[in-house]
Design a protein around this ligand. Structure first.
Ligand code: PLP
Length: 359
């Protein structure tokens, strides 16, 4: 079977050249005589791989020198606990509740201190980003947490909250590297790899240096950011192959022209899909226009039966994983960096045909 257009929310499509390069090097990497999977993480060849992966990510995101980069395990979900363990020195943090992932981050933080919800969009099934009132922010909070892009509901922050001196911590799992972000505006960024970075199993954490060293008493060694920073993410055996593929994806994105270039493509893909959703008399998007995600586009017909028919027929036509998250229903098209414009066009063409056939 040919490769399909994979609209999965994660793990999701990787760029074909990345997969091909990994395949070409699978059994014998360079002159190593072995696969990256078989290498010692302490070997010279592997040290070059992880060092170059970090350097490439630093170039792509223009990460300032006073930020450390870590490649960790446990996914973004581990960060829901690891962030408060390391940053909650005064015992309180502010959160914006914009979906299931934000809720999980809040409930984990509550294990270690006060997690204050300053705004929520739960009243309308998280279909918008709530307006933020800085008067509700706690100037004494250890950090202010937002989920930059809400994978399930298809919303995204388009501007950052004014938090004064309180560091912004963000879950960037589903939008990292998709648009230009100013890293210097954040205290900490974390992102599970399995959308725009590489295979599941790696979580990228970027932290401003001055936030290191304030972990709670009893923090396990492995969960202390200082341990990971001091050991270059190699206190124990890191997810070596995942980091290698992440490095290939970073290189692919650099060759593409970098984040600003892919942002243009992402905006064009999303604009084309939203434009069709807005003119369609069968389909409609579920998110208010001003907060629409570039990466995850949920839509519905209004009929569960037609939704199911659409997902089934789209899949038969090579447009797969379009079923929406169980909490929203309907459909969701995830159009991460690896989804080319042709994939978005193929989806729109198929939707148009489906609309005509089901009038
Ligand atoms: C925004 C966001 N945060 C967190 C997670 C959880 O990530 P992980 O499975 O890597 O723990 C996801 C997964 O899809 C996500 O989309």
């Amino acid at each position: 079977m040919d490769r399909v257009y994979n609209f999965s929310a994660g793990p999701s499509a990787l760029p074909l050249p990345v997969l091909e390069k990994a395949a070409a090097e699978l059994v014998n990497y360079g002159s190593a005589g072995m696969s990256v999977m078989e290498m010692s993480h302490r070997s010279k060849a592997y040290l070059e791989i992880i060092t170059e992966a970090e350097a490439s990510l630093r170039r792509l995101m223009a990460i300032p020198a006073n930020y450390k980069v870590m490649f960790l395990q446990g996914g973004a979900s581990m960060q829901f606990a690891q962030v408060p363990l390391n940053l909650l020195r005064k015992g309180k943090a502010d959160f914006v509740k914009t979906g299931q992932w934000a809720k999980k981050a809040i409930s984990e933080a509550k294990r270690f201190g006060a997690a204050n919800v300053v705004a929520s969009s739960e009243d309308k099934v998280f279909s918008y980003i709530p307006k933020l009132d800085p008067a509700a922010f706690d100037p004494g909070a250890d950090y202010f947490h937002i989920t930059m892009n809400n994978t399930i509901y298809g919303t995204r922050f388009t501007r950052l909250p004014e938090t004064g001196g309180v560091p912004i911590v963000t879950d960037m799992s589903s939008s990292i590297l998709s648009e230009v972000y100013d890293v210097s505006k954040f205290g900490l960024i974390y992102a599970g790899a399995q959308k725009n970075i590489g295979p599941a199993g790696v979580c990228v954490v970027i932290i401003r240096e001055d936030l290191l060293g304030f972990n709670l008493p009893g923090t396990p060694t492995m969960l202390n950011y200082v341990t990971q920073v001091e050991n270059g993410s190699m206190y124990n055996t890191p997810p070596t192959y995942g980091i290698y593929v992440a490095g290939l994806t970073f290189k692919w994105l650099e060759a593409f022209g970098g984040v600003a270039e892919i942002q243009k493509q992402n905006e064009a893909k999303a604009a084309a899909i939203y434009a069709y959703l807005d003119e369609s008399s069968l389909f409609r998007g579920t998110v208010v226009p001003e907060d629409r995600s570039l990466m995850n586009i949920p839509f519905v017909t209004g009929s569960d039966e037609l939704d199911a028919k659409f997902v089934k027929e789209a899949s038969a036509a090579g447009l797969v994983n379009l079923k929406g998250h169980r909490s929203v229903g309907g459909m969701r098209a995830s159009v991460y960096n690896a989804m080319p414009m042709e994939g978005a066009k193929a989806l729109i063409d198929f939707m148009k045909k489906f609309e005509t056939d089901n009038k």
